[in-house]
Design a binder for this molecule. Structure first.
Ligand SMILES: [Cu+2]
Length: 124
């Protein structure tokens, strides 16, 4: 019984500590011919994967699909603002800016959770 509690406490501690390792997150997607390609989904009310982690200065190509209704995909700092239509893949390519965390957000009203439809682009 005691070991079960110790295991539970151990798991809880790991859970608390993991979010602190922000700088060691794995890079997202795969590099194909020098471009980091990331498949992404937009849905009510978020994006998958979240966060998207890339390296500063690399070329990034996001292949986006809206799975339920029309959504937007915007990153202010990169002057990206695109509309995602269901059933169509939207390709967004850019050069990753300097290290930092950038907010991805929806610019097409998609329901009551629209204001909170966000994800993070982490450049490291
Ligand atoms: Cu939206």
């Amino acid at each position: 019984m005691r070991s079960i509690w110790l295991t539970a406490i151990g798991v809880a501690l790991i859970g608390l500590l993991l979010p602190g390792y922000g700088g060691t997150e794995e890079l997202t997607g795969n590099v194909v011919e020098g471009v980091r390609v990331v498949m992404m989904e937009a849905f009510r009310f978020g994006y998958r994967p979240d966060p998207v982690v890339v390296e500063a200065g690399e070329r990034v190509r996001l292949l986006l699909t809206a799975t339920d209704t029309t959504h937007g995909f915007a990153i202010s700092e990169l002057e990206i603002d695109r509309k995602l239509t269901v059933g169509e893949e939207t390709e967004i390519e850019f050069t990753a800016p300097g290290a930092g965390t950038y907010t991805i957000f929806c610019t097409v009203y998609c329901g009551p959770g629209h204001q909170g439809m966000r994800a993070r682009l982490i450049v490291r």
